[in-house]
Design a protein around this ligand. Structure first.
Ligand SMILES: C[S@@+](CC[C@H](N)C(=O)[O-])C[C@H]1O[C@@H](n2cnc3c(N)ncnc32)[C@H](O)[C@@H]1O
Length: 258
């Protein structure tokens, strides 16, 4: 069902993915140089960041580069507005598992917002090698250095079996185009198995929280959730001043066992 062009791209990605998995290179934990002061924000964005910083007692600029810092404030803004706007009660404590966490650059945001007892980020391509000679686990180790209860796990979540009270996924892959654009082979695209695993690992009374790129992707994700045996509890989407770079506002949804 994939085009010849897609299959050729996938083969190339599979080769490099296999190489990084076999080599498992690491130069050790890498910590970004903190920007200390955020400059490239307008007045409205500055006010919003100040409000978030005070409400959640965070100062990402003292730990991260300007780009990572801005991205963390954006995710915190999405969480703050989304959970308030949807009327969902914010769970605290317990185990929070984030699926497809990349280098887990937003772990500090999840820790500040949910205050879980244990925070786990699961990433299938944890050994990806970047141009600077560092790998994703090197970056993850740096981001988690100040978060003693957080952990980075390199695994395919479709095969991962650990219960959690809150499971979340920010922009999970649902289409071949997205997987190939991220330079992964098409073999990692198994959304039905992924959502079945979510349902299996979610503790009774627990919540699965998902963020999708726009309505079309959210509709596709909704069908997968329902097919896996999850029930939609709430849904929310609203543009925010820290998400102006996005073509469409992220769509948030909350799910529980049927
Ligand atoms: C679009 S990226 C989103 C990354 C991150 N959540 C964020 O918001 O920046 C999706 C991530 O999911 C990871 N991924 C895809 N399939 C996965 C799987 N089956 N298990 C774990 N991680 C997976 C990819 O490697 C990629 O890092």
């Amino acid at each position: 069902m994939y085009s010849l062009f897609q299959r050729i791209r996938s083969l190339r990605h599979r080769f490099w993915y296999g190489v990084s998995e076999r080599i498992r290179w690491s130069r050790g934990a890498f910590e970004e140089t903190p920007v200390r002061q955020l400059c490239a924000v307008n007045r409205e964005q500055g006010e919003r960041i100040a409000a978030l910083s005070s409400r959640y007692q965070v100062q990402f600029e003292l730990q991260m580069s300007a780009a990572t810092c801005a991205n963390n404030y954006e995710y915190l803004d999405i969480l703050d507005r989304g959970w308030t706007g949807s009327g969902m009660a914010r769970p605290t404590g317990g185990v929070l598992c984030d699926i497809g966490c990349a280098s887990f650059w937003y772990a500090a945001t999840l820790q500040a917002f949910f205050r879980p007892d244990r925070l786990v980020g699961v990433e299938i391509e944890g050994h990806r090698l970047f141009k600077d000679g560092r790998t994703r686990i090197d970056y993850a180790a740096g981001y988690l250095r100040r978060l003693p209860s957080a952990q980075f796990v390199v695994a395919d979540y479709a095969d991962y079996r650990e219960p959690a009270d809150v499971i979340m996924s920010w922009f999970p892959f649902l289409t071949a185009a997205a997987v190939l654009a991220w330079r992964l082979p098409l073999s990692v695209l198994a959304p039905e198995r992924l959502f079945w695993s979510i349902k299996h690992n979610l503790r009774p009374g627990g919540t699965f929280f998902m963020v999708n790129h726009g309505e079309e992707e959210a509709a596709l994700a909704n069908r997968l959730c329902i097919a896996a045996g999850l029930r939609l509890v709430s849904r929310w989407a609203c543009p925010g001043v820290l998400s102006e770079h996005r073509m469409q506002p992220p769509v948030l949804s909350w799910w529980q066992h049927v």
